[in-house]
Design a protein around this ligand. Structure first.
Ligand code: ADP
Length: 438
C-alpha cells in the first residue's frame, strides 16, 4: 500500500516538474527567437535605408542617362550581408553579392518579390543540393520627391543563426531531460520521507486495534459468563423486566464479541500475522458441515438452504478460513434473503482453468444496487445500516471474506439484481488436488 502511495507521489512530483521544465523551454526558446528576430529585422531595415541613401545619386544619374555603363559587381563570395540596386527600368546598376551557392536562389526570389517594402522579412529559400537557407530580406523604393528613382534590395544570410538556435533547443531539451531524471529520483526519495510519519502512525493505529481487540476479548467473555450465571441462578428472584434487560445485555455482549473478534482478524491480516495454513481436505464436506450448522437459522426464516455441485472436491487451502468464508457468505445470504426464499451453495471445479475451484452462493433476496456492489467489500460498509444491525451485522464480514480469498490468490465478486437476488462468486485458482487420498 505504501509503495503504491510512494510511486503515485513520485509520478505527481515528476509530472509537475515536467510541466515546469516544458514551460521553461517553450518560454525561454520563444523569447530568444523573438529577440534575435527583432534584432536582425531592425539591423536589416537600417542597412536598407543606408543603402538607399547611398544609391540616390547613382540612380538619379541612371534616370537622366539610362544607357550609361553599369558598375561592376562587388563579388563577396563569403558575404553574409548583400544588396542589389535596380533602376526604374529594372536594370541592375550595382550589387554586393551573397555567397555563390545562394546567389541564384536570392536573385530568383528578388525578381519574384511578393512582400511589401520597407519591412524586413524572414525568408526560407531552397538551395541547390536539397539544402535550405534562411535570409532576412528587405526591399526599399528610392524616391526623389514624388518620383521613383529605383529599388534597393538588401539581405542577410542568417542560416548559421537558425542552425545555432536548433542546437540550443536540442541542448535545452537534453538538459531538461537530465533534470527531469534527477527530479524523479529526488521526488522518489522525498515521497519516501513524506510517507514515513504516515506509515508510522498507520502502524501504531493498527497495533492499537490489534492490542485493544485482544485485550477486550477476555473481559467480554467474563461478562458473558457472568450474565449467564445471574440469569440461571434460581435463588435470584429476578423480575421479568430484569430478565429482559439481562437478555438484551447478553445479545449486545455477543455482538461486541463478534466485532472485536472480526477486528482482530483484520488487524492481524493487515499486519501479515494471520497465517494461512494450507492442508488437503474435502471442501464439499466442509460446505456440508457449514450448511448443517446454519439450517436452524435458515429454518427461522423459512429459507430452503441447499447444496449443489461436487460430492467430493479435494483442495489444498486453509480449512478454518474456508469454513469462515462459507459461513460469512451463507450467513449473509440468509440474513438478506427473503422469507420462504432459497439459498444455494455450489462448490465445483471452474470450467476451463485447471485446478481452479468456484464457490458460489446464490440467494433470491432484495439484491444490492449496482453502484454499491464494489463498496460492500470495504470495512464497515453496509447498504442498509438499520437492516444490517437488526440482522446482527457489523459490516466486517465481506472485508474478511475478501481477505481470505485474496490470501489464497483468488477473487471474489458479486452479481446482483434488485428484487431478483445476489450471487457471490469466489474463484480460487490452483487449489484443487487431483489425487483423492488425504
Ligand atoms: P454485515 O455484517 O453488515 O452483513 P458484510 O460485510 O457481511 O456486513 O456485508 C456488507 C453489506 O453488504 C451488508 O450490510 C449488506 O448490506 C450487503 N450484503 C452482503 N451480502 C448480501 C446479500 N447476500 N444480499 C444483499 N445484500 C448483501
Amino acid at each position: 500500500m505504501f509503495s503504491k502511495i510512494r510511486n503515485h507521489l513520485t509520478m505527481v512530483y515528476s509530472a509537475v516538474m515536467a510541466c515546469f521544465l516544458i514551460s521553461f523551454i517553450v518560454a525561454s526558446y520563444t523569447g530568444l527567437v523573438w529577440v534575435l528576430y527583432r534584432e536582425e529585422q531592425r539591423d536589416i531595415e537600417a542597412f536598407a535605408k543606408e543603402e538607399a541613401h547611398e544609391h540616390v545619386n547613382l540612380l538619379r544619374q541612371r534616370k537622366l542617362s539610362p544607357n550609361s555603363p553599369v558598375e561592376e559587381d562587388e563579388d563577396q563570395s563569403d558575404g553574409k550581408l548583400f544588396h542589389y540596386a535596380f533602376d526604374v527600368n529594372g536594370r541592375q546598376i550595382s550589387s554586393s553579392q551573397p555567397a555563390r551557392e545562394v546567389r541564384d536562389a536570392i536573385t530568383e526570389h528578388i525578381h519574384n518579390w511578393q512582400d511589401g517594402d520597407g519591412e524586413a522579412v524572414l525568408t526560407k529559400l531552397h538551395l541547390a543540393g536539397d539544402k535550405k537557407g534562411y535570409f532576412m530580406l528587405c526591399k526599399i523604393m528610392v524616391y526623389e520627391g514624388e518620383d521613383v528613382l529605383g529599388t534597393v534590395f538588401v539581405g542577410k544570410d542568417i542560416t548559421t543563426y537558425y542552425v545555432m538556435l536548433k542546437r540550443i533547443l536540442f541542448m535545452l531539451c537534453v538538459v531538461c531531460l537530465f533534470f527531469l531524471i534527477i527530479a524523479t529520483f529526488a521526488g522518489h526519495m522525498l515521497a519516501g520521507r513524506t510517507i514515513v510519519p504516515i506509515r508510522n502512525s498507520f502502524l501504531r493505529q493498527r497495533e492499537f486495534v490489534a492490542d485493544a481487540s485482544h485485550e477486550l476479548r477476555t473481559p467480554l467473555s467474563v461478562m458473558l459468563t457472568s450474565v449467564d450465571v445471574i440469569r440461571t441462578d434460581d435463588d435470584n428472584k429476578l423480575s421479568s423486566f430484569s430478565q429482559e434487560v439481562l437478555d438484551d445485555m447478553k445479545e449486545e455482549i455477543r455482538r461486541m464479541t463478534k466485532i472485536v473478534s472480526d477486528l482482530l482478524t483484520l488487524a492481524r491480516a493487515d499486519a501479515g500475522a494471520a497465517n494461512i495454513i494450507k492442508e488437503k481436505f474435502d471442501i464439499s464436506l466442509v460446505a456440508g458441515k457449514v450448511i448443517r450448522s446454519l439450517l436452524p437459522i435458515a429454518a427461522e426464516k423459512g429459507i430452503k438452504l441447499e447444496f449443489a455441485g461436487a460430492d467430493s472436491l479435494i483442495v489444498q487451502a486453509d480449512k478454518e478460513r474456508m469454513n469462515q468464508l462459507l459461513l460469512i457468505l451463507l450467513d449473509n445470504a440468509i440474513k438478506y434473503g427473503q422469507q420462504e426464499g432459497s439459498v444455494i451453495l455450489t462448490v465445483k471445479q471452474a470450467g476451463g482453468s485447471k485446478g481452479t475451484v468456484n464457490l458460489i452462493v446464490q440467494d433470491d433476496g432484495a439484491g444490492i444496487p449496482q453502484e454499491q456492489q464494489q463498496l460492500i467489500f470495504e470495512r464497515f460498509y453496509r447498504v442498509d445500516k438499520v437492516r444490517s444491525r437488526e440482522a446482527g451485522g457489523n459490516g466486517l464480514g465481506l472485508a474478511i471474506a475478501k481477505w481470505i480469498v485474496e490470501a489464497h490468490g483468488g477473487t471474489i465478486r458479486v452479481e446482483s439484481t434488485i428484487g431478483v437476488g445476489s450471487t457471490f462468486i469466489v474463484t480460487l485458482p490452483g487449489v484443487e488436488c487431483r489425487e483423492k487420498r488425504l
